[in-house]
Design a binder for this molecule. Sequence first.
Ligand code: GLV
Ligand code: MN
Ligand code: MN
Length: 425
Amino acid sequence: MSEASVLNASGSRIAAEYALDLCARVAAFTDVPGTITRLFLSPATRQVHALLSAEMRALGMRVRVDAVGNVRGLYAGAEPDAPVLLMGSHIDTVPDAGAYDGVLGVAVGLALVRSLAGRRMCFAIEIIAFSEEEGIRFRRPFLGSRGLLGELTADDCSLRDGDGVRFAQTVREFGLNPDELSGDLLTPKTFAFLEVHIEQGPVLESVSKPLGVVSSIVGQTRFALTFRGQANHAGTTPMPMRKDALAAAAKWIGFVEETAQNTPGLVATVGNVRVTPGAANVIAGSAEVTLDVRHASDEARWAAVKILLRGAESIAEARGIRVAIVETSEQNAVEMDAVLREGLMRAAGNAGEAVQGMTSGAGHDAMIVARQMPAAMLFVRSPGGISHHASESVLAGDVEAALKVMTALLAELQFESFGRGNTWA
Ligand code: GLV
Ligand code: MN
Ligand code: MN
């Protein structure tokens, strides 16, 4: 076994226990008591920053929080100017989330560094805890990873949250410098990104395998639609004279579901509805709804989006009301790096773990980072296929398997690819 393969059977169990304990400690920090809810740069996020920073320092890492609020820990390589392997995932959550979506990837990264026990490799390892991936607070996902790559625009900076607070102001109030947001925040010589993440679906369980190697991540588009009718008295306004924004939205939501059900490979979701004024005895004046559309084929997704938006317009028109449509996010499908994927498959073989090649229906930071460097993902089975829910879970043995595979991959990067002039550096 190579020097980097530091995890023997009991070592990998201890590393998995550490990772799971860290996930539990992170989960204790929430903006909404009784749930796990952590939005971008919230008070609970500040507590997670303190926890992760302390953990990283204890592991001998150099720690910083970059301008977009990503927590970064650098574990130096054997040489001061060694290339840098980036690993991690996100620490923001959906409302009432589970404990593992995102956080597991950060915890596994730190567990790997911990298992090195001070040994240095020919590359440095940077663990990143992305500040924003879910798109909840500002209705635009991937702000942490886009910030890392220097992709944030003036439009991103002027996004407003539900309280009207701008993105750039949130950054400033957290104590960070929004003037640095447009810069490239990557550590020089970063050569690849690896993200360990729960699968968030039922595939691995259905094939009885603990781990998956992601081949590609489906594209996704998100919109905010506002149906605007006329608020009026619920008792006195005859049915033919109403301009009910919520009834229009409801009809369209049914159309969205039906269209997706009848289009192979398409998933489309209206996950949030805000009704104004929102009273039992008032006809809805406006209904603001979200739309999330995904398909493995970008062309099929774009075609579906056209149909769904035209549907909204014609439903509104038929009722004499208006609909305003704003695109909030658009990401094409992304292939994961073939060399790293093969490396993960080989590493799994070397570690004696069963892996399944698979597509990801969920969006991930890796799909953004892949724009600037080779990126790959290792999935960990999600019991019951449940995610974005409080009952999301992982099996300790599966986390242990992921740690073994990642350790074997690090060994390969250390002793094979780099030693023989790798193509990634
Ligand atoms: C991220 O969780 C997504 O929405 O796919
Ligand atoms: Mn998620
Ligand atoms: Mn996630």
